[in-house]
Design a protein around this ligand. Structure first.
Ligand code: HH2
Length: 258
């Protein structure tokens, strides 16, 4: 999954794709480079961020979705109104970092459309989530949450076979908790749904490679995390640098699943 943030303030590519033309050409390039789907987002969820209005989010993403009609698109949103427009433009997947907790109408919109759905774990909300996240056991807690949200989605009419699950790397987790979630990924894979991991460029990568104040991680660090996640059973990898990840994963696959 290639990432295209149509935002001024995303943590690693803020501003790069704020103009619709730039976002569209980035999305096309990521698909050419081997992305199976591109995730279009109009709201940053980086630590400390405030949300944006429906109108602003639509103003950012709708021209991009329109121009990309026919391409495999995921919409990164928590808002039913944005998802509805994106699905009308042909989006195939709704990627909700709140796992259907933010907008009571989103579950119905996804269910009615027959689209794929990604449910992600987040402790707290972006504005405050990195202030002292505490778990009994991070993997068990995240697993219980994802099972509960999967049951909620299914009860709302979403077909279980269309749902993937994501532990939410960096969303209310310490550096060590992020790595533990990948180390013990088999416990999340055991739920029985495909698991998505989004470690690309996240600050935990920079923090373990020598910079205690890193705000982003390097490409090399991102690939290391992606390959580790793949080897532990991740099915989808959400990344900014598609070509490099596709190559690294092709090599990892040649070793593990020739
Ligand atoms: N991470 C980000 C945004 N959306 N969705 C899923 N399912 N999993 C993730 O790990 C995930 C996500 C944050 O990264 P990015 O989009 O690059 O930054 P920002 O939120 O600042 O726009």
């Amino acid at each position: 999954m290639g990432v295209v943030n149509v935002t001024p303030d995303s943590f690693s590519d803020g501003g790069v794709n704020l103009r619709a033309d730039d976002a569209v050409s980035t999305a096309r390039r990521l698909l050419d480079e081997g992305a199976a789907i591109v995730d279009i987002g109009g709201e940053s969820t980086r630590p400390g961020s405030d949300g944006v209005s429906v109108d602003e989010e639509l103003r950012r993403v709708e021209p991009v979705l329109e121009a990309l009609a026919g391409a495999p698109i995921s919409i990164d949103t928590s808002k039913a109104a944005v998802a509805r427009r994106a699905l009308a433009h042909g989006a195939e997947l709704v990627n909700d970092v709140t796992a259907l907790r933010a907008d009571p109408e989103l579950a119905g919109v996804v269910a009615d459309s027959g689209a794929y759905l990604c449910l992600m774990h987040m402790l707290g909300e972006p504005r405050t989530m990195q202030t002292n996240p505490v778990y009994d056991d991070v993997v068990s807690d995240v697993k219980a949450f994802l099972e509960e949200r999967l049951a909620f989605a299914v009860a709302a009419g979403v077909r279980e076979e269309l749902v993937c699950l994501d532990p939410g790397i960096g969303f209310g987790k310490t550096v060590e908790q992020n790595f533990e979630l990948v180390r013990r990924l088999d416990e999340l894979v055991a739920i029985g749904r495909p698991v998505l991991i989004g470690f690309s460029r996240k600050s935990s990568l920079g923090r373990i490679t020598g910079d205690p104040n890193a705000r982003t991680g390097s490409l090399a660090g991102s690939i290391g995390a992606a390959v580790s996640a793949y080897e532990r059973g991740a099915t989808l990898l959400r990344v900014h640098d598609v070509r490099d990840h596709v190559e690294a994963l092709a090599v990892a696959k040649a070793v593990t699943a020739p």
